[in-house]
Write a new protein. Structure first.
Length: 207
């Protein structure tokens, strides 16, 4: 079986997954029908690993079809055509389904069942990846292990060492592009002044 067929079979299994409803880890099943949203690839050298779909993405079935996606594309200097070219860009969140809302109306964290069931298998099926963008703390903690501990600010401040580390794939930590992080962006101007120009050059090289 070719790598593309193995990945396609794995994606079919993911799209049929119901563990968050049928076997919830915390006793609280997902309250709506699961709709996994992901775009893995056997040819892309870049992968964007984020948190979990929001309500708009749950409705569209397409990742980052919301204002956060507009901001992320602006950060990366990518057009929509480039961003959604699955041959060149894979998109694999930590949680594949919209997790629901908390009491204040914000999005709940990614479901705990999802990453242990699928992340290692998915990334093993994409050995060609050269760079993984870790968007937000959940992605950073999962992929970086001990290096992902601490506050999101602490992890993103270590971006240069992570980006320059030997081995493949390399990792680049980013804050989540949600409007909720506007104050963080104002308090940390180095992110847009120092990190983003380097990252955009790297993406031009890869893509």
């Amino acid at each position: 079986m070719t790598a593309a067929r193995r990945l396609a079979a794995l994606v079919r299994d993911i799209r049929a997954c119901r563990i968050c409803r049928d076997s919830p880890m915390d006793g609280h099943p997902l309250q709506h029908e699961p709709r996994p949203v992901l775009r893995p690839s056997t040819t892309a050298r870049l992968c964007i690993c984020s948190q979990a779909p929001g309500t708009r993405v749950h409705a569209s079935g397409k990742p980052f079809t919301d204002p956060s996606g507009d901001r992320l594309r602006a950060w990366l200097g990518l057009s929509s055509e480039e961003f959604y070219d699955q041959r060149r860009v894979a998109i694999v969140p930590i949680g594949f389904c919209f997790p629901g809302h908390d009491a204040s109306g914000g999005d709940l964290p990614p479901r705990r069942e999802c990453a242990p069931a699928w992340q290692d298998r998915l990334f093993a099926a994409m050995p060609q990846l050269e760079l993984v963008l870790l968007v937000g703390s959940y992605a950073q903690r999962w992929h970086l292990g001990d290096a992902g501990k601490g506050s999101m600010t602490d992890v993103v401040r270590r971006w240069r060492g992570l980006l320059d580390a030997p081995g493949r794939p390399r990792y680049a930590p980013l804050p989540h592009p949600s409007w909720r992080n506007n104050a963080w962006l104002t308090a940390n101007p180095w992110f847009e002044a120092e990190l983003l120009p380097v990252l955009r050059r790297e993406l031009r090289r890869l893509l």
